[in-house]
Ligand binder design. Structure first.
Ligand SMILES: Cc1ncc(COP(=O)(O)O)c(C=O)c1O
Length: 393
């Protein structure tokens, strides 16, 4: 019913993913499998909802209607089983800007932020840009996948009372982990013991593979809600990143009021009118599109797995539980340090360098599979051709 297989050219739209090659590098014909947005046309109803608003010729300052809050409240209830009240929501432009402002507000200059690499680079770059030190509690890896290191994490908090905030990536980018309620509660309970704030970034919550289940941090016991903030957004799920809309859910009244005031003063809560229209439509009408999109992504992961097993079996890959991001380990092939860069310049395919997610992950590359299968296939063929040509296979 939906045309996920259809290639929709994004060239000459100032698109971050596709347009930088000619503009910035004078490179032609590169397949981009890096940044986390999708090459799928958005749900038709969203386009119609925005077109309807476009008909009115004045696009001035606009407040969120009750429908915006209601759409979020209903989606969170229906999809994640959590009860949210309007007065607990603070609307924001982007999730990254949201945690930037929260870190600035909650973490004093001599305090620190703890993160779990490998992790989405702004998790450590954003605190650093605010001159807050970052403590790393790496995820552990074994034959069953990636896991939180609860003991190591607690050790950090015990040793260093200046750690005051934990940035949780839930589901986790780039490993694709969906955490269980037991895992979420355990890590949040540790934070509670050491009076550490928790921000749970749940932007990938609705891109979940068959038989997997996202558990919002707000499913943890209500006694922990006072020091917890959940960040959500329809932008990853519905491919709307350019519209800049997201939200924070804050159960602690005083904190909610303080953050709402900061968001207003800084312009963080000043949202694009089309963002409002898109969010309402996505959350009210988007269930079926989202299901179909996740199915297509899952089939792309299966295609990728088959391709890897057939042509480059030395590369380690497991289909993730959530996200449309594949985290591939090339260590057995002993690829060069500048592998990602050479793939781009010589192989004309761009992946996201693993070292960006933490210095220990230079043998990994992240691949975005949210594209028509033909694009993914061409990208993978180019990676294979480069490896073959340079005798790594
Ligand atoms: C975990 C995570 N948080 C936030 C973002 C970006 O959110 P935004 O564009 O709303 O700032 C991304 C984008 O890839 C992400 O993976």
């Amino acid at each position: 019913m939906y045309q996920f297989d259809q290639v929709c050219s994004r060239l000459h739209t100032s698109c971050t993913k596709w347009d930088r090659y000619e503009n910035r590098y004078q490179l032609h014909d590169v397949i981009p499998l890096w940044v986390a947005d999708m090459d799928f046309a958005c749900m038709p109803q969203i386009k119609e909802a925005m077109a309807k608003r476009l008909q009115h010729p004045i696009y001035g300052y606009t407040d969120p209607s009750d429908d915006v809050y209601q759409a979020i409240i209903e989606w969170e209830k229906r999809r994640h089983g959590i009860t949210v009240k309007k007065e607990e929501i603070v609307l924001n432009t982007g999730v990254v800007y949201g945690f930037y402002a929260l870190i600035e507000m909650l973490v004093k200059e001599n305090e620190k932020v703890i993160v779990q690499p490998p992790v989405y680079p702004p998790f450590f770059n954003t605190p650093k840009s605010l001159c807050r030190k970052v403590i790393y509690s790496p995820l552990l890896h074994d034959e069953n996948g990636w896991h939180m290191d609860f003991e190591g994490f607690e050790e950090h908090l015990k040793k260093d009372p200046s750690i005051s905030l934990f940035l949780l990536c839930n589901p986790h980018n780039p490993t694709g982990n969906c955490y269980t309620l037991a895992e979420i509660e355990r890590i949040i309970a540790i934070c509670d013991r050491y009076h550490v704030w928790v921000i749970s970034d749940e932007i990938h919550a609705d891109i979940v593979m068959p038989n997997q289940h996202h558990v919002s941090a707000l499913k943890c016991d209500a006694s922990y809600h006072d020091h917890l903030i959940v960040l959500g957004s329809p932008t990853k799920t519905f491919n709307l990143a350019g519209l800049k809309i997201s939200y924070a859910i804050i159960k602690n009244n005083a904190l909610q009021a303080e953050f709402a005031a900061k968001a207003k003063a800084s312009g963080l809560s000043s949202i694009n009118i089309f963002g409002f229209e898109a969010l309402i439509c996505a959350y009210r009408e988007g269930e079926q599109w989202n299901q179909a999109c996740c199915t297509y992504i899952y089939e792309n992961f299966q295609f990728l797995k088959h391709f890897i097993e057939t042509y480059m079996p030395q590369v380690a890959f497991t289909i993730p539980q959530a996200t449309y991001l594949a985290w591939l380990d090339f260590s057995k092939l002993r690829v060069p340090k500048d592998f990602a860069s050479r793939l781009k310049w010589e192989g004309h395919v761009e992946v996201q360098e693993g070292s960006g997610f933490g210095s220990a992950y230079s043998s990994y590359q992240r691949i975005n599979v949210a594209c028509p299968r033909a694009t993914l296939e061409e990208g993978m063929k180019r990676i294979y051709a480069w490896l073959k040509q340079h005798s790594y296979l």
